[in-house]
Design a protein around this ligand. Structure first.
Ligand code: ZN
Length: 199
């Protein structure tokens, strides 16, 4: 990094920490930022600062939220008796984009993956149980991805929720095996929701 002026080397070093950005891309983005207008560059820096200061987890569904409780959880038009469990906030966005799901969500922030050291207590599973114990939920739709870890997490939840008597369903296998909800097209997600099966 000795070839770069110190502030430029610092920016490249920070950019390299981002996912999917290697040294070459970091250099390209850094030069791009240098060529931006001062106001555009400041807008980018302040958007990064704001997202860290203003975004937190919704106290109910654990999606990212600006307020203590997110817009979706507060929306009286949503069917409060149905909770769709997703692994990541991006999966929630993928389902929301279809416009066909009107219940609530719960974001786990990962799936159970012992080989990667991710155990159930590191996910928002305890919070889901607490939430179910104080709400009138009749169905939990497990919408984890159809990967080995996603399936294992779905089965784990189904077993855990069995004593509650709440119906636990799983998205139908319209989704290609190993695929991400995030990459599935809307028609596929809609049919996976329609044809969900009981676990
Ligand atoms: Zn929420």
């Amino acid at each position: 990094m000795l070839h770069y002026a110190r502030p430029l080397a610092r920016l490249i070093g920070e950019l390299e920490k981002l996912p999917g950005i290697g040294p070459k891309s970091a250099q390209r983005v850094a030069y791009h930022i240098l060529r931006m207008s001062a106001s555009d560059a400041r807008a980018l820096a302040s958007a990064i600062a704001e997202v860290k200061d203003a975004i937190r987890f919704c106290s109910q569904c654990f999606n990212f939220s600006e307020a203590e409780t997110c817009q979706t959880c507060l929306d009286p038009r949503r069917t409060a008796s149905t909770i769709c469990v997703v692994a990541e906030p991006r999966d929630l966005i993928a389902i929301e984009k279809t416009g066909e799901y009107h219940g609530l969500y719960h974001v786990l922030h990962g799936v159970i993956a012992p080989q990667d050291g991710i155990m159930p207590d590191q996910l928002r599973i305890r919070e889901l149980l607490e939430r179910l114990s104080r709400s009138e939920t009749s169905e939990v739709i497990v919408a984890t991805n159809p990967t080995v870890e996603g399936e294992a997490t779905a089965l784990y939840l189904a077993r855990l929720l069995k004593p509650t008597g709440i119906k636990v369903t799983r998205l139908a296998h319209g989704l290609p095996l190993g695929a991400d909800l995030d990459y599935a097209d809307q028609a596929t997600i809609i049919s996976a929701l329609q044809w969900r099966r009981e676990l």
